[in-house]
Design a protein around this ligand. Sequence first.
Ligand code: ZN
Ligand code: ZN
Length: 179
Amino acid sequence: MLEFILSLYPNFDKIYGPYQSGDGRWRIVLYKTKISKNSNSKKRTISYPKALMEIKLKRRLDKNEEVHHKDEDYTNNDEHNLEILTGTKHRKLHIKKDAFHRQIKTYCCPTCNKLFQKRLHQIRNNQESKKKKGPFCSRQCAGIYGQKQQKTFRKSGTPNQRRSRPFKKLAVRLHQMRK
Ligand SMILES: [Zn+2]
Ligand SMILES: [Zn+2]
């Protein structure tokens, strides 16, 4: 499948990759193994998602065409996650999404009931969307809430603790027998 990219870049005859670069993005490198005197470029690096789109469309992308990751995770190069946008549209979309993540929201702390404000991207794991408890006004409040949760957890007893009780009794009995 990936080999097909060579037919779109006829100057090259070998592919290296895909590999993940230091910035987290996936790329491939095209090589020219047979080098003639009057050619100087021996390799060319291409974005892996771009290569995937070019293979799918069986053509090179235009200068004004950019590949966008729908879920904004640029390590997710599943074909359903990729779409082609014009450069202008693409930039507009990212400005809009950035504005969304920067918006300030008011929350009520589950521990102290204080109202506080945070930017959406400052909320760890985006607790709001995952319907987890929180966000909290401070680390202290998150800590207090966590401790309370552990206490109620202990009272109800986890399966592990229930299992460990008979062992404890047995240990005590063995100890008494030794006496
Ligand atoms: Zn994008
Ligand atoms: Zn609080």
